[in-house]
Design a protein around this ligand. Structure first.
Ligand code: IDP
Ligand code: MG
Length: 145
């Protein structure tokens, strides 16, 4: 049996703008994962730079930070057995053009930067990312669902 894990999911700006947040969050809930907190927010540059710090030296970093701060996103904390890998699988490959049919990125991604969704890539980064976006009180209270 896989361990109980938490993962941070972000619905990216275009997907929020186009009204896909509930569908995307709903697909992840259908995996049997529990949602511990959810809120809509507009990321500022400092938050985006912290969240994507690992990509600071990549050629796409500036564009990525500009994109993620361009309009509101929806952030959510999921919990469940093997949540990190199961969410990554449901998301599909980073490039929507290469994502498997039926995955969130294949269905809603508009390009490699505008790829609809973020999901933590390990349990360690999940905990770091969750702390950037949510206070413990928000998680206990369930945030705004
Ligand atoms: P991931 O989101 O699938 O984990 P990462 O490699 O961690 O992919 O990249 C973080 C984000 O940066 C991606 O979700 C995507 O929005 C953007 N990105 C990644 N690679 C590229 C690229 O080659 N060009 C433009 N944007 C990219
Ligand atoms: Mg990543």
């Amino acid at each position: 049996m896989a361990a109980i894990e938490r993962s941070l999911v972000l619905v990216k700006p275009d997907a929020v703008r186009d009204g896909h947040s509930d569908e995307i969050i709903g697909r992840l809930k259908k995996l049997g994962l529990k949602i511990l907190a959810r809120k809509k927010l507009h990321m500022d540059k400092a938050l985006a730079e912290k969240h994507y710090a690992i990509h600071r030296s990549k050629p796409f970093y500036k564009e990525l930070v500009a994109y993620m701060t361009s309009a509101p996103i929806v952030a959510a904390v999921f919990e469940g057995e093997g949540a990190v890998a199961r969410i990554r699988q449901a998301m599909g490959a980073t490039d929507p053009a290469k994502a498997e049919a039926g995955t969130i990125r294949a269905d809603f991604g508009l390009g490699i930067t505008r790829n609809a969704v973020h999901g933590s890539d390990s349990t360690a980064t999940a905990e770091e990312e969750i702390r950037l976006f949510f206070t413990e009180d928000e998680i206990k209270a369930g945030g705004k669902r």
